[in-house]
Write a protein that binds this ligand. Structure first.
Ligand SMILES: *[C@@H]1O[C@H](CO)[C@@H](O)[C@H](O)[C@H]1NC(C)=O
Ligand SMILES: *[C@@H]1O[C@H](CO)[C@@H](O)[C@H](O)[C@H]1NC(C)=O
Ligand SMILES: *[C@@H]1O[C@H](CO)[C@@H](O)[C@H](O)[C@H]1NC(C)=O
Ligand SMILES: *[C@@H]1O[C@H](CO)[C@@H](O)[C@H](O)[C@H]1NC(C)=O
Length: 489
C-alpha cells in the first residue's frame, strides 16, 4: 500500500523555530522557510484523507469521494454508452421495514479499461485521417494535429482499479453482516472471475476493498477463475455458443442515419474525408481517453450532446440485437448464470445444460451452497444476456427500431453495463403476519428494479422467492430450444 505518493518535501518541524536577526539574507531565508511551511501544510491537508478511517489507497480518492452517490468517477452524468464509468443510478435504499438481507449475489462487469485490440485498430484508422489535416479552422480542433495516441489495450486503467476497491468497500459497508468472519463458513464470501486479466484484476481489487474496509476481518480472496478459452464451459463468459447473433445490420442501419451529419460537421472546415464507420470509434476516443487521463478529454468537446445520444443508441442497438431480447441466442447465453443464481438462492443443486461446467458446479470447493455473499466478475456481453434472461430492461417489440431512436426505451447499456456495472440480487427474510418469508430484490447500479415479471411483485421492488423462481421458466426449461440454435449448422 503506497503510503506516500505526493511530491511534498520532507517535513522538518524544527526548521522554522529559530528567530534570526533581520539581515537581508536571513529575511530571504525566512521567506523560503515560510513558503516551505505553507507547502508542507498544504501537503498535510492533501494527505489527510489517507489517514482517515474510510480512506482509500489512492490519493485520488479525496477528489472522487465528493459525491457519494457517484463514487468511482468524477465525470458526472456522461452519455458514453458502455464506456461510461460507473455511477449509482439511484441512492441505495435499505430493504423495506421488517426485512433483512440474508444473501447477496453480485454480478459485476470489470472496471474502466483501454480499448480492445479490435477497437484500437478502428480508432487509429479514424485518427490518422483526422491528423492528416494540418490545420483546423475551429479552435476546438486545435489539439488534434499534435495529439499523441498512447493508450494501452484490453487492460484496466488505474481508474478501473479504483472503482473496484471502492465497490468492495461499499459492499462491505452495506452488507457487513453477511461477511461473517470467524469460523462460520457461511460467512466466507465466494468470489469467481472469468479468466481475462481485466476481470481477474477487478475481482482482486474488489476483495482488497472488502479487506480494507473490514480492516482485515474479512479477507475473501479470489475463490475460482474460469477460463475464457474456446470450448470451455463458463457461466461467466459467452463464447461457447458457436453461432452467436451478429448485430452489425442493425448498427449499420442506424449508422447510416446519424453519422453523415456528424461527418459533414467535422469536415466543414477542412478537407477531412471520414466514413460513417469512422464516427463511433472517433466518439469513443472521448470516453477511452478520459478514463485513462482521469479527466475529461478534449475529444469530448468536439461532439455535441446529440452526437452522444446517437452514439448511445447505436451501442444500445448493437447489444440488444446481439446479447439481448432482439437476438435469437442472446438471452440463452445468460441462463447458465441464472441457473446458478437460483441454486444459491434456494440452496439446491444447479440444473443447467448450457454453459455451466457440471464438474465445477457439483463440487463443494468450486460451487459451495449456503454462503451469504457471492461475487462474480464478468463482461458486458455476458451480463446483458443474464439481465435479459431474467427479464430486466425489457421493451415492447418495436421500441428498438434501428431506423429511429427509441427514446422511451428501457434498454440502455449505460444504465445496465457501464464500466464497473453491477447487478445485485438480494435474498431477503421478511416478517409477514408473524411468519418469516423469503423474498428477492434486484438492484442494477443501485437502482431497485421493478420485477414486473414476478407474480405479486410489490412497489418497493420485492417479490417472493418462490414466485421469482417460477418467473424464471425460460431458464428452468433450459432456454426453450434456443441453446440448440447455437450449434445449428
Ligand atoms: C488493484 O489491482 C492492480 C492490478 O492487479 C494492483 O496493481 C493494485 O495494487 C490493486 N490495488 C489494490 C488496492 O489492491
Ligand atoms: C470443467 O471443469 C473441469 C475442472 O476445472 C475442467 O477440467 C474441465 O476441462 C472443464 N470442462 C469444460 C467443458 O469446460
Ligand atoms: C475519400 O474517401 C473515399 C472513400 O474512402 C475515397 O474514394 C476518396 O478518394 C477520398 N477522397 C479524398 C479526397 O481523399
Ligand atoms: C459443457 O457444455 C456442453 C454444451 O452445453 C455440455 O454438453 C457439456 O455437458 C458441458 N460439460 C460439462 C463438463 O459440464
Amino acid at each position: 500500500m503506497p503510503r506516500s505518493y505526493s511530491s511534498c518535501p520532507p517535513y522538518h518541524p524544527g526548521a522554522r523555530q529559530k528567530a534570526a536577526p533581520t539581515t537581508v539574507r536571513s529575511a530571504f531565508l525566512q521567506t523560503i522557510a515560510l513558503s516551505l511551511l505553507v507547502i508542507v501544510l498544504l501537503c498535510i491537508a492533501a494527505l489527510q484523507p489517507l489517514y482517515t478511517q474510510d480512506s482509500n489507497y489512492f490519493g485520488l480518492k479525496s477528489q472522487v469521494e465528493r459525491e457519494p452517490s457517484s463514487s468511482g468517477s468524477d465525470f458526472g452524468d456522461v452519455r458514453w454508452a458502455q464506456y461510461s464509468p460507473w455511477r449509482a443510478m439511484e441512492e441505495y435504499r435499505a430493504p423495506p421495514e421488517g426485512c433483512v438481507v440474508t444473501q447477496v449475489n453480485l454480478l459485476e462487469r470489470h472496471g474502466a479499461r483501454y480499448p480492445t485490440y479490435d477497437a484500437e485498430v478502428e480508432i487509429k484508422a479514424a485518427l490518422e485521417k483526422m491528423q492528416a489535416v494540418r490545420a483546423y479552422a475551429d479552435e476546438k480542433f486545435g489539439f488534434i494535429p499534435d495529439f499523441v495516441y498512447d493508450l494501452g489495450t484490453e487492460d484496466l486503467v488505474p481508474l478501473g482499479w479504483m472503482q473496484y476497491v471502492e465497490h468492495g468497500e461499499m459492499d462491505y459497508a452495506r452488507y457487513s453482516h453477511l461477511f461473517g468472519g470467524g469460523d462460520d463458513e457461511s460467512g466466507i464470501s465466494f468470489v469467481r472471475a472469468a479468466g481475462s486479466s481485466r476481470v481477474i484484476e477487478s475481482a482482486m481489487n474488489w476483495t482488497a476493498g472488502v479487506a480494507h474496509k473490514s480492516r482485515g476481518r474479512s479477507n475473501p480472496g479470489l475463490s475460482l477463475v474460469i477460463d475464457e478459452l474456446p470450448g470451455v464451459n463458463n457461466s461467466l463468459h459467452n463464447n461457447l455458443c458457436l453461432h452467436p447473433d451478429d448485430s452489425t445490420p442493425q448498427g449499420e442501419t442506424y449508422l447510416a442515419i446519424f453519422a453523415p451529419s456528424i461527418r459533414a460537421r467535422l469536415a466543414a472546415s477542412s478537407e477531412l474525408n471520414l466514413t460513417n464507420a469512422d464516427i463511433p470509434p472517433l466518439i469513443s476516443l472521448c470516453p477511452f481517453h478520459s478514463v485513462a487521463l482521469q479527466t475529461v478529454s478534449p475529444w469530448c468537446s468536439i461532439f455535441t450532446p446529440a452526437d452522444f445520444a446517437s452514439f448511445e443508441y447505436y451501442h444500445d442497438l448493437k447489444k440488444y440485437y446481439r446479447n439481448g431480447y432482439g437476438a435469437t441466442v442472446g438471452r440463452v447465453q445468460g441462463i447458465a448464470y441464472v441457473a446458478e443464481l437460483i441454486a444459491r438462492l434456494t440452496h439446491t443443486p444447479v440444473r443447467d445444460t448450457t454453459q455451466t461446467n457440471s464438474t465445477l458446479d457439483s463440487g463443494e470447493g468450486t460451487f459451495p451452497l449456503g454462503r451469504t455473499f457471492y461475487a462474480d466478475f464478468s463482461h458486458d456481453h455476458e451480463i446483458a444476456g443474464v439481465m435479459s434472461a431474467l427479464g430486466l430492461f425489457r421493451d415492447e417489440e418495436g421500441v428498438m427500431d434501428p431506423r429511429e431512436e427509441g427514446e422511451e426505451r428501457e434498454w440502455r447499456v449505460r444504465e445496465m453495463v457501464p464500466f464497473g456495472g453491477r447487478m445485485v440480487v438480494e435474498r431477503l427474510g421478511c416478517l409477514s403476519s408473524g411468519e418469516e418469508m423469503e423474498y428477492v430484490r434486484v438492484l442494477v447500479n443501485d437502482r431497485v428494479m421493478p420485477l414486473e415479471f414476478c407474480e405479486g411483485f410489490s412497489g418497493d421492488g420485492i417479490c417472493r422467492l418462490d414466485r421469482f423462481v417460477e418467473s424464471q421458466g425460460y431458464t428452468t426449461r433450459g432456454g426453450d430450444g434456443d441453446w440448440e440454435k447455437c450449434f445449428d449448422v
